[in-house]
Design a protein around this ligand. Sequence first.
Ligand code: ATP
Length: 248
Amino acid sequence: MTMITINGLNVWYGDGRDHVDAVKNASFEVAAGESFGLVGESGSGKSTILRAITGLAPNWSGTISIEGKQLSHGKRDREFYRRVQMVFQDPYASLHPRHTVDQVLSETLDLNGITGIDQRVSRLLDGVGLDGKFRFRYPHQLSGGQRQRVAIARALAGEANIILLDEPTSALDVSVQAEILNLLTDLREEHNLTYLMVSHDLPVIGHMCDRLAVMKDGEIVETLTVDSLRAMRAQHEYSRSLLKASIV
Ligand SMILES: Nc1ncnc2c1ncn2[C@@H]1O[C@H](COP(=O)(O)OP(=O)(O)OP(=O)(O)O)[C@@H](O)[C@H]1O
């Protein structure tokens, strides 16, 4: 089954002189259980695609479908968030500073109509490798990696099996990045999750994804498998230059 279908997507910001075509005619599909990466330099339009999916970039044309259902313009409804969750770059900004880990997770479970919250919170913490002692801590009492684990637990609290990941490790210390990437890989397998992941870092995408789209100046210049990337079978000159600059 195709979980995410993007077809002829254009996204723009601003009017008149401020008009920016951030994404131009982008198309790709992400299958159930697949991990798909969007890679490209800063400003190439990667995050804008995620913003269009989540309704944060209101000006777009083309089609975006989740599990075969076309999304409309405007705000996303509860049903959308039941299927799709996000993990952002900066876990500190995405967690309420005056809510404990317990509050963050309990509230999300409650919103999803899930019962047996007490047990579920401990299971969620366990699932992301956080000791129970962190349960009643506030975000500022956690390290960056621990905060990102909480953000991941929150994304998994409901029944969503599509997770949008926007540079989920680039704000973290290098030593912690691999831990979080490995956790995400394990969770995908365990819960049969579908990932759409944005990163400017080709090795990160190579580690995490099955297929990827390379973006440049708002356009997808190439879509290829990570295996063919590793085998240096990238066709497009730009993809090859990215590849040369990094070790996948
Ligand atoms: N809110 C906004 N208003 C106007 N222009 C924007 C806005 N957000 C992004 N842009 C522009 O859209 C283009 C694509 O930006 P986008 O953030 O999607 O790129 P990106 O590849 O995700 O890069 P980065 O990793 O730096 O976020 C850029 O030219 C950027 O300046």
